[in-house]
Design a binder for this molecule. Structure first.
Ligand SMILES: *[C@@H]1O[C@H](CO)[C@@H](O)[C@H](O)[C@H]1NC(C)=O
Ligand SMILES: *[C@@H]1O[C@H](CO)[C@@H](O)[C@H](O)[C@H]1NC(C)=O
Length: 152
């Protein structure tokens, strides 16, 4: 009896481990044009809204409208890392050094555990990073949090 319940607990722990980490990426495109895309470390093919199994490191999202290159260069972008470590973070990059610049207003909010975010509505907004040494960041400590990225 005792042995059986120990086994049951072990099976449960395994099942919740197997349910595993996942992170939703969703987009709100209010521009009326363009295709929101993102890529991340481990999958460099730009894709639309989806849920990623496992850690999502080095995510970058942009609004493709014919003038950005495949990793969001020449456009503003949202950078994000979503992990079950308590350190999910995101920022808006408009760094000229990284070949990013303002084309439309853009921003994000965390979902599935947090709702904090940033929104930049001008080429001189204080919510975006223009230099690698000054990056306004927002973080979320919730496991399996996702991100809602907005253009316009
Ligand atoms: C995207 O394309 C639309 C339609 O061609 C155009 O009106 C708009 O100005 C473009 N926006 C950007 C940010 O390039
Ligand atoms: C996503 O962002 C848009 C624009 O800010 C907002 O209206 C919407 O409520 C957000 N969705 C979620 C699930 O947070």
């Amino acid at each position: 009896m005792f042995a059986a319940s120990v086994l049951a607990v072990a099976a449960l722990a395994f099942a919740s481990g197997a349910a595993a980490e996942s992170h939703q990426v969703t987009f709100t495109n209010n521009c009326g044009y363009g295709t929101p895309l993102f890529l991340y470390q481990g999958n460099s093919n730009p894709q639309g809204a989806t849920t990623i199994q496992g850690e999502l490191n080095g995510g970058i999202a942009w609004l493709e409208n014919g003038s950005c290159t495949t990793n969001g260069l020449n456009c503003g972008a949202v950078e994000f890392t979503l992990q079950d470590t308590g350190y999910s973070q995101a920022d808006i990059t408009l760094e000229p050094e990284g070949n990013h610049n303002y084309v439309t207003s853009l921003g994000f909010n965390f979902i599935n555990g947090c709702s904090t975010g940033l929104f930049c509505d001008s080429p001189t907004c204080s919510e975006a990073s223009f230099t690698p040494t000054q990056v306004p960041l927002v973080d979320c400590q919730a496991n399996d949090c996702g991100i809602n990225i907005t253009f316009c």
